[in-house]
Design a protein around this ligand. Structure first.
Ligand code: MSP
Length: 640
């Protein structure tokens, strides 16, 4: 029996990151399954969102002189906007700073604490601030964080712990007994390997004195919740209280889709958290691979981050959606190149699918004035085509269970190729020459168009925009969502008498000369300078009032690890400014120094103290260097 509710999630993205194709990849993959299931008539809930608490957010907000809440209210929009451009059909967007989320996190903490699943203990260990994770001595890689290789600090403090360790055997059994639980199988084995070592309890708190930007523990206001414990709960907080979740029919989720880097947190932390709460783990956690660019990891410093908005502008949204899922088997790593993308666009989309549509619609116009004829005959070629269609539909349905996107697309292209061959073999241009041939021609043209209709439905989850346009060209006005997969269960759904409509090519070919030009543009450093939405005009820049100022006083802000409170003389007045520089500068070294101040920044309160400006500094891996001058310019001088 067909399951009638389906729940799929993406990870919630760190709000600080600029969205790139890695983020787009997970989201598009989840979107395709969500769209497919809806076409099957299933009630789908598809969730994505942003992860908005933690050290990095607090730090970044500090750096720009705004409150963390203001910061995340602004930044999360970049993800929302990109998902609209990429035609992502999510049913909701969860932000971890929303009250509906925070409430469930607090309720779960309270419940687990009252059941002694969470306890207080003293802890000594090595802490990596950027990763916000504790490590034991033996975890360290040559004394550094094993994950990011940066320096770690020895910390001794009281914290709260979730009794994760006691679920170790349960988890091992669960993974071993359910082959569908963690996929692909190779990743499942990695998790089992990880579980061979004793599983320790999980530290789920951070002292507020070190990190204020988090959900306060309901049973101890001196602590906030560890960001992963908070974030993972997003998958259920969307459905309300624990009782609401059970009643919603959307838990356990069908797929928690994640990248390979965050499989452990999901397979181990998340599953055991759910077990303790009394909920089932998700039916499946699928870990996909990572995209590199020309063999290298994407990173801002290498300037090789592939920006999806730019790709959409250049190639169109459906080409990107198609390429990312066709190029690499889901689960494996892949290398992104614009050249490969252009190659796929030209061959699969323009030459094969696009050409099939063009010639069918053109011949329909030429031989039948655009009116779809009633099929008249039934020969062996027709039978072979309809059988192929049936086989492809059946296999695609099975392949969706494995999230084997590239195989699904390969399979669908078998129907594209078979239909092109059908036209070549039957030769409509010859049939049109004789009266007997004209009868046969009706069937051939009908079947070619019908096959395209089937392709339109099958490809709709991957290319929602282009397939709607394909349907219109065939004379079908009803949206594909209304037609559904059931409309292709039987051959012959296209109504004779429909009026085809010639339109512009769905996927124009990129000729060699143009391709060379695009490749040079995209791969040259100029790419950075192109207006990709980040650029500002000189007038906009001039709105920022930069002035020199002399530091008169400096003192550390109590309870803050980073902030120093400064009194700065900016010529016309003295300003109180907070700067997150205390890890790199001592207050006494700052007095008398000339710095650059953003003088017209809206005042903001940090830790209850008003900051009336911002000091410019370079920040390199946590090392802060104040911007300055090689000669003394004097106070209140404009900087341009
Ligand atoms: N906030 C956490 C997830 C919390 S879920 C409860 C996080 N965020 S992230 O923004 O860093 O990453 C989100 C997803 O993007 C992860 O699944 C990650 O694997 C994916 N990708 C980030 N870079 C990627 C590539 N270069 N390639 C493919 N996916 C990548 O982790």
């Amino acid at each position: 029996m067909q399951q009638n509710k389906f729940y799929i999630t993406t990870p919630i993205y760190y709000v600080n990151d600029v969205p790139h194709i890695g983020h787009a990849y997970t989201t598009i993959a989840a979107d395709v399954v969500a769209r497919y299931k809806r076409l099957e008539g299933v009630e789908v809930f598809f969730l994505t969102g942003t992860d908005e608490h933690g050290q990095k957010v607090q730090q970044a907000a500090n750096d720009v002189g705004v409150s963390p809440q203001e910061h995340v209210d602004k930044l999360h929009q970049r993800f929302k906007e990109l998902w609209v451009r990429l035609n992502i059909s999510n049913n909701d967007f969860i932000r971890t700073t929303e009250e509906r989320h925070k409430k469930l996190v607090r309720d779960i903490l309270q419940e687990l604490h009252s059941r002694d699943e969470i306890y207080r203990d003293s802890y000594e260990g090595w802490y990596c601030t950027p990763c916000e994770r504790f490590w034991t001595e033996k975890d360290l890689a040559e004394g550094n964080c094993p994950e990011c290789q940066r320096k770690v600090d020895k910390i001794k403090e009281h914290n709260y712990f979730f009794r994760m360790g006691k679920y170790q055997q349960w988890l091992i059994d669960r993974i071993k007994n359910d082959p569908h639980f963690i996929l692909p199988a190779s990743r499942k084995n990695e998790v089992l390997g990880f579980l061979e070592k004793p599983l320790e309890d999980l530290c789920i708190s951070r002292p507020k004195s070190r990190l204020a930007w988090g959900i306060p523990l309901p049973f101890d206001g001196d602590y906030v919740t560890y960001v992963w414990f908070d974030a993972l709960i997003n998958y259920i907080s969307i459905h309300g209280s624990l009782d609401d979740i059970k009643a919603s029919g959307f838990w356990p989720a069908d797929h928690n889709m994640v990248g390979k880097d965050i499989l452990t947190t999901h397979a181990v932390y998340w599953s055991t958290m759910l077990k303790a709460i009394g909920l089932e783990p998700p039916k499946n956690i699928f870990a996909h691979g990572w995209w590199t660019v020309n063999g290298q990891k994407m990173s801002k410093s290498l300037q090789n981050v592939v920006e999806p908005n730019q790709l959409i502008d250049q190639f169109g949204v459906d080409v990107i959606r198609y390429f990312l899922l066709r190029e690499v088997p889901f689960g494996q790593d892949g290398d992104f190149s614009h050249k490969a993308l252009i190659g796929r666009l030209n061959s699969d989309l323009a030459n094969n699918l696009g050409n099939l549509l063009n010639r069918t619609v053109n011949m329909m116009e030429k031989y039948f004035a655009g009116v779809v004829p009633t099929p008249a005959t039934n020969g062996p070629e027709d039978k072979a085509l309809t059988e192929k269609s049936g086989e492809v539909i059946a296999e695609v349905r099975i392949l969706y269970n494995e999230l084997a996107y590239n195989k699904i697309l390969q399979k669908i292209w078998e129907l594209v190729d078979t239909t092109n061959q059908y036209i070549d073999k039957t030769g409509p241009w010859n049939l049109a020459k004789t009266d007997e041939g004209k009868e046969r021609l009706k069937t051939v043209m009908y079947n070619s168009a019908e096959s395209l209709r089937v392709l339109g439905v099958l490809l709709n989850p991957f290319m929602p925009q282009s397939t709607e346009s394909l349907m219109k060209q065939l004379g079908i006005e009803a949206p594909i969502a209304e037609q559904g997969m059931k409309s292709i269960n039987q051959w012959g759904g296209l109504k004779p008498g429909s009026q085809t409509q010639k339109a512009k090519q769905l996927f124009p070919r990129i000729e060699d000369k143009q391709a060379a030009q695009i490749l040079t543009e995209l791969s040259s450093p100029k790419e950075e300078k192109k207006d990709n939405g980040n650029q500002i005009t000189i007038d906009e820049f001039m709105k920022v009032e930069l002035r020199t100022g002399k530091i008169l006083e400096a003192e550390k802000v109590k309870k803050s690890k980073k902030l120093i409170q400064l009194k700065v003389d900016i010529g016309t007045e003295t300003r109180q400014v907070l700067a997150g520089i205390s890890e790199s500068y001592e207050p006494e070294d700052l007095v008398g120094r000339t710095v650059i101040i953003v003088a017209n920044l809206k005042p903001a309160k940090l830790m209850g103290i008003e900051s009336q400006g911002m000091v410019l500094a370079a920040s390199n891996d946590g090392n802060i260097i104040l911007a300055g001058f090689d000669q003394e310019p004097g106070q209140g001088v404009q900087v341009r």
